[in-house]
Design a protein around this ligand. Structure first.
Ligand code: CP
Length: 311
């Protein structure tokens, strides 16, 4: 693997899931692979799981890890040819090449503005790193995608499925803040690669990018959509059409034990209890959120392993 910025960087999803299951049996079996190699993780935004699980994954492979909260460093300019006489102190062209001197792999987290759709969809932060860095780049959640989370979710479904072709439903949830579409986008893309009966449910106006959801059954009736589901993946996202806006905070879209039925509950976390999902679900045996968070380590580890094998 030369990079992991999007799901299409995985050539065979079933094979990588099998590899993760093997890796989990002995997470230290490749601890010599990363010797004298350094992962630099760059955070433009907050993180708990991605930060700790990716660091743990790198250390399981014997790598050194350096972390930079980019907002503590120089303010970066991303436009080419700009006269830099305002507040931006360093150009990404220079910064990415410099960081490449210290890193064997660079991982980047950079959320969208949710104000400028075109700019967000250009993935200008992540793509600037892939353009100017001279080492492989990993996406730790960008403007429109969270491929490490999606790989984690695929692993978790594979581990917990009780039938060959489970029914998986992505259900929108209310949230007081406008959140990106990245997790939902990547989950949809990943489910299209798995042998699952996949559908989505959300209120009108919350359609994701139609290029991503093409061919996916979508219902505005949550109760009907969740019927007989094996896995319910819950996530809020802001409107794609009315870009970045909150159209509804309708509390009746919160996931309850009653709506869940016998399904397993999944969420990438962090989650707002009793807004997105009620306590009774999160605190029940049906919730897989902690197992999912654990799998973040192994998703990151298999990606790092494959990249290290190509260095
Ligand atoms: N799920 C996830 O990416 O969590 P963090 O934002 O805490 O990294």
């Amino acid at each position: 693997m030369k990079k992991y910025t999007e799901i299409s960087d995985i050539d065979n999803v079933s094979k990588i899931i099998e590899e993760v299951i093997q890796l989990k049996k002995d997470p230290f079996q490749y601890s010599a692979l990363g010797k004298h190699k350094t992962l630099v993780m760059l955070f433009f935004n907050s993180s708990l799981r991605t930060r700790l699980s990716t660091e743990k994954a790198a250390k399981n492979l014997g790598m050194e890890v350096m972390i930079l909260n980019v907002n503590d460093a120089w303010n970066l300019e991303f436009e080419d040819g700009t006269i830099m006489n305002m507040d931006k102190a360093e150009h990404i062209k220079d910064a990415a090449q410099v960081i490449s001197q210290y890193a064997d792999v660079i991982a980047v987290r950079a959320f969208p503005t949710l104000k400028n759709k075109e700019k967000d969809e250009s993935e200008y932060v992540l793509n600037s790193f892939t353009k100017y860095a001279s080492v492989p780049v990993i996406n730790m959640e960008s403007a429109v995608a969270h491929p490490l989370q999606a790989l984690t979710d695929a692993i978790t479904i594979e581990e917990h499925k009780a039938k060959e072709r489970p029914k998986v439903v992505l259900s929108w949830a209310p949230h007081p803040k406008a959140l990106p579409q990245a997790v939902a986008n990547s989950f949809v893309e990943m489910m299209q690669k798995l042998d699952v009966d996949f559908s989505m449910t959300h209120p009108k106006g919350y359609e994701l990018n139609p290029d991503i959801t093409k061919g996916v059954p979508i219902s505005n009736d949550q109760e009907a959509a969740l019927k007989d589901a094996d896995f319910v993946y819950v996530k809020n996202w802001s409107s794609y059409k009315d870009y970045g806006t909150i159209l509804s905070q309708d509390t009746c879209w919160m996931t309850t034990k009653e709506k869940l039925g016998d399904a397993k509950f999944m969420h990438c976390l962090p989650v707002r209890r009793n807004v997105v999902v009620e306590d009774a679900v999160l605190d029940s045996e049906q919730s897989l959120v902690i197992q999912e968070a654990n799998n973040r380590t192994y998703a990151a580890q298999v990606v790092l392993k494959r990249i290290l094998e190509q260095l």
